[in-house]
Design a protein around this ligand. Structure first.
Ligand SMILES: Nc1ncnc2c1ncn2[C@@H]1O[C@H](COP(=O)(O)OP(=O)(O)OP(=O)(O)O)[C@@H](O)[C@H]1O
Length: 526
């Protein structure tokens, strides 16, 4: 018997579960509950997905979006509730079962083999027999899919050669190749430029027009507004499902956090003070000896936020690494409050009050198996304020983590939970809490709002502006241009390792910055 029953003639008993004649359901989830030791991640969740719709899952960090999609994709087995695919109750024990049912998922962290080509990554594991990959039929099918959907990708390029944004197209192409009918996309635009995000939405609409259904997990209200319907989750429960044409960003934010969220940013007019950071002629090379930073010069004063705009991979990461002491520059100098710190270690930079929020939170910002409490003092464990004689003062550390977990709304059973069990957003909050707490003077914030929900972004904005008031100099890189336009006093745009211009956000448009991100030079000015 086929596991994929026809959606055209649901039996009367399954009429609701399979939708109505004009709006058939691709998927129906009823009363789904999933618990992890002490945490109820999903608590009786109801969710419907119509055929041909883009349906957003929207909710705060830790609301249960990833858990719900993991259950739908067979990663987790629910403790209670039912999953009905095209009118048929199903039980899934692994993603393999989900794929057989026509369900695919593109994760935030891609599962591609860097040493394989695009084509090999797509067809590996799908070959019926034999040890040799027969790629002719696959190549033909992929070429016609690329043409039909307007996806431009070299099937023979190695995945390691592709930028992260392009790797996502490989995952999407793989889902199309596998003929999935329900596709779950987890925060897909986090690695895309504004232009690529618009392309992705156009492709998603085409997929839906061809009868596919898409579940889109996102924190971005603007993306939710482009979908057909949205289900809001809060603390593991379904709060509401609404048609996006009948709602507004304000209502969605209120539904998500359970209170009014302010979209306006109160930034005071404050004159910059003394120069804190002075960088001149910085140059650095990458793994293949290619120039990753070229003649980068910038300065940041007290009470000032310098924004860094740029498409991922244009030197922002390397700039932050050099400034925090993780990587040494080949050329140029870095002065912190007048002192030459060009050759200092990360430890020495931390001792000088430099806080660093790295963009890759799990690899660079946290130690996965360590608890929340331990990560909150990571790097500061030798500091006298956390010690009692030779040992760590557990009582003091517990008091600190209690305060921080409440202030940053870190959703976890307690501070003993290993950070590797936290959702992405909650993990990011642990880093922010630690770096905001321990820095003084200079804050290097690379993608601080990545993966955060609106309620917490509001809090992070307030924190950054508060630090600015206090006299901090802040270097803020973000792929969200709204972060830079809301917070920065000046915006420097990076392209191919160089600063192609420094602009005033009050007199520059998003489009102009977008053009500079693509390499167009603008006169530097302050
Ligand atoms: N494997 C796990 N072990 C323990 N707790 C978990 C596990 N996976 C998720 N949780 C907890 O379940 C809750 C829901 O997490 P989930 O990742 O589903 O939220 P989310 O809405 O996707 O969050 P985010 O937007 O931050 O990614 C959180 O409190 C999280 O800490």
């Amino acid at each position: 018997m086929s596991l994929l029953p026809s959606i055209k003639d649901p039996t009367p008993a399954n009429a609701r579960k399979a939708g109505t004649e004009d709006k058939p359901l691709a998927l129906h989830v009823a009363g789904l509950t999933k618990r992890f030791a002490g945490v109820t991640a999903n608590d009786g969740v109801d969710f419907d997905l119509e055929v041909g719709e883009i349906h957003c899952l929207f909710g705060e960090n830790g609301a249960g979006k990833s858990t719900l999609s993991s259950c739908i994709f067979g990663f987790c087995t629910p403790d209670a509730g039912q999953i009905i695919v095209r009118g048929q109750p199903v039980e899934m024990h692994s993603p393999r079962d989900a794929i057989k049912l026509g369900i695919g998922m593109v994760h935030q962290h891609f599962v591609l083999v860097p040493e394989f080509t695009v084509l090999e990554n797509i067809i590996v594991g799908t070959q019926k027999s034999g040890w040799r990959l027969d790629d002719r039929a696959a190549r033909q099918k992929l070429n016609s899919l690329c043409e039909a959907y307007g996806i431009e990708i070299d099937l023979d390029a190695y995945v390691w050669q592709l930028a992260v944004g392009r790797q996502q197209w490989v995952e999407i192409l793989k889902a199309l190749y596998l003929d999935v009918q329900i596709l779950i996309l987890d925060e897909p635009t986090a690695v895309l430029t504004p232009d690529e995000s618009a392309r992705l939405f156009a492709i998603m609409r085409k997929m839906c027009a061809n009868g596919m259904s898409i579940i889109l997990i996102t924190h971005k209200v603007a993306e939710v507004m482009q979908s057909n319907r949205v289900t809001v989750l809060r603390k593991g429960k379904t709060v509401a499902t609404v048609q996006t044409r009948d709602t507004s960003p304000e209502e969605l934010a209120r539904l998500m956090v359970g209170r009014e969220v302010s979209f306006s940013v109160n930034k005071s007019t404050i004159a910059p003070g003394d120069t804190v950071l002075e960088v001149s002629g910085l140059g650095a090379r990458g793994y293949w000896n290619e120039a990753v930073l070229n003649q980068v010069s910038l300065s940041i004063a007290r009470h000032e936020i310098l924004g860094i705009a740029g498409v991922a991979g244009n030197g922002q990461k390397e700039l932050f690494e050099v400034l925090s002491g993780v990587r040494w520059a080949r050329e140029g100098t870095i002065r912190l409050n007048g002192e030459d710190v060009s050759r200092l270690t990360p430890r020495a930079m931390m001792d000088r009050g430099v806080g660093h929020i790295p963009d890759d939170r799990f690899r660079e910002g946290l130690v996965g198996p360590f608890s929340i409490a331990e990560n909150l003092i990571l790097g500061w464990q030798r500091n006298a304020k956390y010690r009692s004689g030779l040992f760590l003062d557990r009582t003091k550390i517990a008091a600190l983590s209690k305060t921080m977990m409440a202030r940053y709304q870190i959703a976890a059973r307690d501070d003993e939970v290993p950070v590797e069990n936290l959702s992405g957003g909650n993990a990011q909050k642990v880093i922010l809490a630690r770096e905001f707490l321990h820095s003084s003077g200079l804050l290097l914030a690379n993608q601080p709002t990545r993966g955060l929900d609106i309620g917490v972004i509001e809090y992070v904005y307030a924190q950054l502006l508060q630090k600015r008031e206090e006299g901090f100099a802040i270097l803020l890189a973000s792929e969200e241009l709204s972060d830079l336009f809301n917070l920065a006093d000046r915006i420097a745009v990076m392209f191919k390792g160089e600063i192609v211009g420094v602009v005033d956000p009050k007199t520059t448009t998003v489009e102009e910055v977008g053009m500079m991100m693509a390499g167009r030079r603008m006169e530097a000015g302050r």
